[in-house]
Design a protein around this ligand. Sequence first.
Ligand code: TYM
Length: 342
Amino acid sequence: MADAQFTPRVFSGIQPSGGLTLGNYLGALKRFVDIQNAGTHECVYCLVDLHAITVWQDPADLEAQTREAAAFFIASGIDPDRSILFNQSQVPGHAQLAWIFNCVARMGWMGRMTQWKDKAGKNSENASLGLFAYPALMAADILLYHATHVPVGEDQKQHLELTRDIAAKFNHDYGVDFFPITEPVIEGPATRVMSLRDGTKKMSKSDPSDMSRINMGDDADTIAQKFRKARTDPEPLPERYEDLKDRPEARNLVDIFAALSERSTDAVMAEVGGFGWGQFKPMLAELAVEKLSPISDEMTRMLADPAEIDTVLARGAERANAVAEPILRRTYEIAGMVGAEK
Ligand code: TYM
């Protein structure tokens, strides 16, 4: 299917399940801002509260976390006039299209998702049906806007492949060329920010050790301390990035430095090759504080006025709905739902 028939449009989402990390910032938010500022695509960014409740969320906490995530977007540089920013539950089309996709996707496809296996673990009988169907809702998020490109971190790659499979199967089953085969955009030095305690594990809000991650709300001292204590090996930094291949912790810190300083990893190595950790870690901490503190200060400022955030999200939802509604209606019509063509 020729991409030209679709407006260049980006969609991406973040779960407002609390605990935003440097991984979310570098793997997602910072890149969302860059795409918005490049001006090449319409941008639709979503706080996926329906996804969040696939595992238990206290309602009051979910509300607070949704506003916090909205503040994170805006404080990071998303302009709600240029991009569409909203929370998923305010646009009913997400759940409606997800139902259609529940009927397109196969149980076997869902069962192969590594995130399902990781999250449900040995206790899958007790996991919610929503957690199993999660990737079909994600496909609905994307395809409800006929998004052509989806920037995400590496951990979402398999879900995006499934989104392509769902679009292709829908098009094939109904004999249409209706849904785009979306391109994942997984680029840059920080598509997989790793734990500061274990370079083989992703940096994650669910890691029991707070020292494993930088939280978006961490103060300057905490950030400095976490980088100072970050696990490394005894060797100094090499001259060439390739020589970090078998040194996951060291490579992770270099990747974070490159992403924060908006330079290539080769340019970073040209500067820091030969440095010991006593020299490199304080540089990294200083850079992180310089980039992250204004974001957390701005988030604090915005969160003092929750009504203003709610107004922004309501306006975003209205704009999102205007794009989504005709696509949903046409999908229902294709599927033979009487009354959809109205
Ligand atoms: P979520 O909420 O877990 O994460 C949001 C985004 O942050 C990225 N990310 C990371 N990137 C690099 N290193 C890390 N350590 C790291 N941790 C998180 C994720 O890759 C993601 O891009 N299922 C999605 C939310 C979603 C979505 C969508 C995304 C729902 N519908 C449609 C794109 C399109 C999720 O749970 O992301």
